[in-house]
Design a protein around this ligand. Sequence first.
Ligand SMILES: *Cc1c(COP(=O)(O)O)cnc(C)c1O
Length: 421
Amino acid sequence: MLFLNELSFAKEMDEKDELKPFRSKFYIPQHNGKDQIYLCGNSLGLQPKSAKDAIDQELKDWAELGVEGHFRGKNPWMYYHHFLTEKAARVVGALPKEVVIMNNLTANLHLMMVSFYKPTKERYKIMMEVSAFPSDQYAMETQARFHGLNPDDAIIELKPREGESTLRTEDILAKIEENKESLAIVMMGGVNYLTGQAFDMKSITEKAHAVGANVGFDLAHAAGNLNLKLHEWGPDFAVWCSYKYLNSGPGGTSGVFVHERHANNPDLVRFAGWWGHEESSRFQMKKGFIPMEGAVGWQLSNAQIFPMAIHKASLEIFDEAGIENLSKKSELLTGYLYFILADFKEHLNVITPETAADRGCQLSIIVKEDGKKLFDYLESNGILPDWREPNVIRMSPIPLYNTFEEVYEIGVALKSFFENK
Ligand SMILES: *Cc1c(COP(=O)(O)O)cnc(C)c1O
């Protein structure tokens, strides 16, 4: 694609964009009476206008039916997770029985580690990327301790080569090979939150399995962003949150993938709760846990209707747009931002890989001087990226609601900042 740094070009791209009508399904935050250029969808996705009706429906059923809403509500609460499964499975490229929506992300990560990290004397190491999201670091650290291990010994961190910012797939695979005797599990992000690098999940999964290790991915920055093929790639598990690219509100619910090959294994160790028990006999309230088949067998508690109602509304939008279409537009939209930023090479470095296959929506930028000043300047001019200590500005144009014209405007603002510096 040949990009041009011209307003008319950006407008033409928006005109041709078949996903353009989706922007009107979201509330866009305002700045001085105008739409803000919102680039933080990787952190908290914008509110779908349909979220309110979704919540109101459940409030209404609760008001009118009380406990009977579990069975007589429009969307009976007893089966609520079922209403999200198929759409969520399409977003991550999984079979419906491999997916369940429940809890929050970090809690689900721990639940999955209980089932898929079973260290032995020989095979006990966890491999993850350096500078993983802190919650994941704390989770892996405390998982190691939970099994009586020293995290410094049990955790292998994948580090970029000297002078590079992102990991090379060949180096990840070599590190797996190097630790083939002692590696119990590879648990890493699908997209790293800081650099925006998307990892080659297919190759990593194949390699880890070839040496006898399990694989899990934290897809917080990948779900709703990349065109994932979880079933085909075959990791043992994956977890993700719903409030970043999936636009399901602050602290929203989370998704879990458990590959089909484990789905019907009742012997897999897990921390169980009543909602994971056989649905048909759940209310007989008997002793003896019998897990349901599939990812649903990991559920603990009855569904959190309100966050799940928002997630349901949001997934309907994804279903309508189609994750493949979104990912195609995202390549162009973020590709355009890459192109615009290239004019400012003397002032900033983009550390996210340029190749579309190695990234998603987000670009991470290191500004050579006065990064924080630039961030403040953009913010006061109606452009909202985010700032990650010590020196990273992240910008994530979102194919559902950002436009090519907005990306063009980022270039205009950068130009005026650097000219007047
Ligand atoms: C956002 C994010 C989290 C946050 O998890 P919560 O439990 O939902 O607060 C964890 N891990 C990664 C990789 C994230 O990007």
